[in-house]
Design a protein around this ligand. Structure first.
Ligand code: GDP
Ligand code: MG
Length: 292
């Protein structure tokens, strides 16, 4: 694999303040609800948040499961089910979180679930924390949007009689110690566009799709068996979508951006970029099909 670097002004100033406020919230909370991106559950689970929540029980929500490969999401759910002191549920536009199941888990994990228990909704940017608050509250209280840093302060909402949900601003890990996680988060749209190099992230994504989801690239952009590099994929995209510079050369920057947009909006199909231990290759990939 090529050597990538994500440009790093990636921990914006507002996160320092958000981190302090989050620390205070978690000290008073009865439960954390960590929202993960179902396409990248490992990379989107933030070790800083893990540390900050300490022994507080957590319900992990594999969110945007409508964008992820369903079989892979099922495998992630069983993976996290092994952590029996906590819980894990999926949520997506096609199959919203079942409130009855959520309530059962809440009651299981929180002793003395009397009045006023705080549930802190936490996670990296753009995974759908505010949308989840709105879903559970049953009305649009929090602003949502498909870029990081829409939510700048905590916002509470009553949930049934016993609970208070608190939406929080997204948090990244302050240091970029894990390059692979950074590239996955950037692919999924959790790192602000200003902090990433579209061509690099696009090339990273193209390589992963070539390895696991070739059929999606074939169907959408007409790549052929000879197309085995990110550059070849970009060239096909440029051709298919008329992304050419003056003089006719492929506009690779635009092609990379098209690839990222198509992935993020599931126009390439339901794709998971990360798999739990012991589960691979992607179940729908031609590799997996020919292996069976
Ligand atoms: N496809 C899909 N998109 C979602 C889902 N939940 C949230 N989104 C979208 O993801 C983007 C980020 O959502 P938001 O709630 O603002 O994320 P936050 O930054 O974590 O609060 C918005 O464009 C939402 O409409 C989901 O389950 N499926
Ligand atoms: Mg938000």
């Amino acid at each position: 694999m090529r050597d990538f670097t994500v440009a790093i002004s990636w921990y914006p100033g507002h996160m320092h303040k958000a981190r302090k406020e989050l620390g205070a919230l978690l000290r008073g909370a009865g439960l954390a609800m960590e929202v993960l991106d179902a396409r990248i559950p490992g990379a989107s689970s933030n070790p800083l948040l893990e540390r900050m929540r300490g022994t507080l029980p957590v319900i992990r929500i594999l969110n945007k499961s409508d964008l992820a490969d369903p079989e892979t999401t099922t495998a992630w759910l069983s993976h996290y089910a092994a952590d029996s002191g906590n819980a894990c549920l999926a949520n997506g536009r096609d199959a919203p979180l079942d409130p009855a199941r959520l309530n059962r888990q809440l009651r299981r994990l929180v002793e003395n679930a009397g009045s006023g228990v705080l549930i802190a909704i936490i996670g990296i940017p753009n995974v759908g924390k505010s949308s989840l608050l709105n879903l559970l509250a049953g009305r649009k209280l929090a602003r949502t949007g498909n870029t990081p840093a829409i939510t700048r302060r905590q916002q509470a909402a009553a949930y049934h009689a016993d609970w208070t949900l608190v939406d929080t601003p997204g948090m990244l890990r302050p240091k970029l110690e894990d390059q692979r996680a950074a590239l996955l988060m950037a692919s999924a749209g959790s790192i602000g566009a200003a902090a990433i190099d579209t061509s690099e992230i696009g090339a990273f994504l193209a390589d992963r799709l070539l390895a696991g989801y070739r059929h999606a690239l074939e169907q959408r952009y007409g790549i052929t068996a000879a197309d085995n590099t990110a550059e070849a994929v970009f060239d096909r995209i440029a051709h298919a979508r008329g992304a050419r510079r003056k003089g006719g050369a492929a506009d690779l920057e635009r092609a990379a951006s098209i690839l990222l947009q198509d992935f993020r909006s599931a126009r390439l199909g339901r794709i998971s970029l990360e798999f739990p231990p012991g589960f691979r290759p992607p179940p729908n990939s031609p590799e997996a099909m020919s292996a069976t």
